[in-house]
Design a protein around this ligand. Sequence first.
Ligand code: HEM
Length: 235
Amino acid sequence: MSKSGTFYSSSLGKKAIMALSGIALFGFVLVHMLGNLKMYLGAESFNHYASWLREVGYPALPHGGALIIARGVLIVAVLVHIWAAWQVTRQSRAARGQRYVKAHTVQADYATRTMRWGGVIILLFVVYHLFHLTWGTVHPDFVHPTTLADGSISAQAYHNVVAGFSVWWVSLFYIVANIALALHLYHGLWSLFQTLGWNHPRLNPWRRRLASAFALIVAAGNISFPIAVLTGIVS
Ligand code: HEM
């Protein structure tokens, strides 16, 4: 097998692939949350941002072109991330039968299970979220973007979010999914720092603080949106 083939098939190689795709996905959820904060600046600012996402790069790219590229990168990152997680799970299951991995602790088992189930919940959430706020299929009052006479795009994302989160159980689902996302980000970032080699007793408290801070910032921002709609802060 070639050197790169050996690297990919090793457990470390797969963890590195999981870490790289994880960085891309983490970057997306952070930027997505920061962009959504525009909701607090009002309908005009939020809708303008949603329209801008479809117009950015024009005329070098067609309308929606940058969005299609970003979606492509995102889909590849999700598929690679799931594939690497699946492979690492298979390898650790196979290794468990061998005697030298007896040191597998209860804590590591708990974290691994949290990651697996958290990943499944997040995936189900993202599928629902796309049908809800991107395509509007499962949204009771969705307004699709329209192209105006001057060629610009008018998006109604603010209305879609407010009407969507006004249904309490939809908001509750978003909140639960974002708690799962926070746990996933926390454990994921903690492991990512380990994969990057930051694994020294003196660095570990900082690893924990950084992982907690990033996970909390993303979760707090995301959870604030349904709460803001349900309490009438955003209406
Ligand atoms: C409460 C928190 C969230 C709000 C308010 C929100 C809001 C939105 C809105 C309004 C859109 C449609 C954008 C548009 O078409 O103009 C969207 C798209 C999307 N969101 Fe979220 N989102 C949230 C959380 C998340 C999370 C946690 C994830 C991932 C784990 C996520 C992943 C996506 C994806 C993949 C798209 C599709 C992007 C595209 O290709 O157009 N969202 N979100």
